[in-house]
Design a protein around this ligand. Structure first.
Ligand code: ZN
Length: 296
C-alpha cells in the first residue's frame, strides 16, 4: 500500500514539476531516510520553509536543503550547516516534543541540548539588520506588530479566526479589549540564557494583558517567591482564552504556557512542530508529502 501511494506521489511530482526541473528528487530522498518519521520531518521542513529553499537533494549520504547558497543538512531531526555536521551530538532534534508539559512534580535533571539555528541563519541572516529586512509591520488585534514574513500569513489567518470567535465568545472580546501591548520583533536572548530568542527573528509574539488577575504568568517571576513554581496548577496560571490559543496552534505556533518553564504570554512560530504533531494524529504516514501538493 505504501509503495502504491509512493508511486502515485512520484507520478504526480513528475506531472506537476517535470522530473528534471523539480527542486526535489523525492525518490532519492525517500530511499536514503531510515524511516517514515524522518521522511515526514523532511517534508514538513519543505512545507514550512519552502519559500526559502531552492532545492532538496541527497548529498554525501544526507538529505540537504539548499538555502541561499548554503547547504543545510538533515540528520535525525537536526538541521545543520556543513561546518556543524560533526557537532550533531551537541544539538537536540527540532522535532523533540518539549511543550504540552504543564505542571511537573520534579524538574527534569540534566542540561537540555539546544536546537541548531543553522536553518534560521541561512534563511534570515545573523545580524539584526539582516533579519529586519525579512520583517513586515502590520496591525494585529489593534496593535502594531513587526514580524517575519514567514509567519505573517499565519498571523493574518489567526487574527481572522480570533475575530470570528469574538463574535460569539465574550471571553475573547474581553481578551482583545484588555490587551495592553504586543511585543514582536525584538533583539533579545531567551531569559537566563545566551541563546537568541525567537523574538530576535520576528517569529514570536508576547500578548501582554492589562492585568494578570493575580495569576502566574512567567516562571522567572513566580520562582522568586514560590519554591515549587513548576508545580503550579494550570488553573492558577494566566492564559489567553481557549479560542485564541487554538487559533495560534492551528496555524503553526506553539504556546510558551505549555513549557515547564512557562511563559504564558509567549507564542512562537514553529510550524515544524505544530504540523508534525497534527499529522501525527492521522494514520496516513504520507500526510506530509500529500499535503505538499495541496499547499504548494
Ligand atoms: Zn516572548
Amino acid at each position: 500500500m505504501k509503495k502504491l501511494v509512493w508511486i502515485l506521489v512520484l507520478f504526480l511530482s513528475a506531472l506537476l514539476g517535470g522530473a528534471d526541473s523539480a527542486p526535489v528528487d523525492w525518490g532519492s530522498v525517500f530511499d536514503i531516510l531510515p524511516n517514515p518519521r524522518a521522511f515526514q520531518e523532511v517534508t514538513t521542513i519543505w512545507e514550512s520553509y519552502g519559500d526559502y529553499i531552492q532545492r532538496v537533494e541527497v548529498r554525501d549520504g544526507d538529505v540537504a536543503f539548499l538555502v541561499d547558497k548554503t547547504w543545510i543538512y538533515y540528520r535525525d531531526g537536526r538541521l545543520l550547516s556543513e561546518r556543524n555536521l560533526h557537532n550533531s551530538h551537541r544539538y537536540d532534534s527540532l522535532f523533540t516534543e518539549y511543550d504540552r508539559t504543564g505542571p511537573v512534580e520534579k524538574l527534569p535533571r540534566g542540561r537540555r541540548l539546544p536546537r541548531s539555528r543553522d536553518l534560521l541563519y541561512a534563511m534570515l541572516g545573523r545580524t539584526e539588520g539582516q533579519v529586519r529586512k525579512h520583517c513586515v509591520a502590520f496591525t494585529f488585534l489593534n496593535h502594531e506588530v513587526n514580524v517575519n514574513r514567514i509567519a505573517a500569513h499565519a498571523l493574518r489567518q489567526i487574527e481572522r479566526e480570533i475575530y470570528a470567535a469574538a463574535g460569539y465568545d465574550p471571553e475573547v472580546r474581553a481578551f482583545i479589549r484588555d490587551l495592553s501591548v504586543i511585543y514582536s520583533f525584538h533583539r533579545k536572548n531567551v531569559k537566563g540564557s545566551r541563546t537568541l530568542s525567537f523574538h530576535a527573528y520576528g517569529l514570536a509574539l508576547d500578548l501582554i494583558p492589562k492585568s494578570y488577575n493575580n495569576l502566574h504568568a512567567n516562571w522567572m517571576w513566580s520562582r522568586t517567591y514560590k519554591r515549587y513554581w513548576y508545580r503550579i496548577p494550570m488553573e492558577d496560571r494566566w492564559s489567553p482564552p481557549a479560542a485564541v490559543m487554538n487559533a495560534f496552534k492551528r496555524n503553526g505556533f506553539i504556546w510558551g504556557g505549555d513549557w515547564i518553564r512557562f511563559d504564558c504570554v509567549h507564542f512562537e512560530y514553529r510550524p515544524e512542530i505544530a504540523f508534525t504533531r497534527s499529522s501525527a494524529d492521522t494514520p496516513d504516514w504520507m500526510a506530509g508529502a500529500a499535503s505538499y501538493f495541496l499547499i504548494k
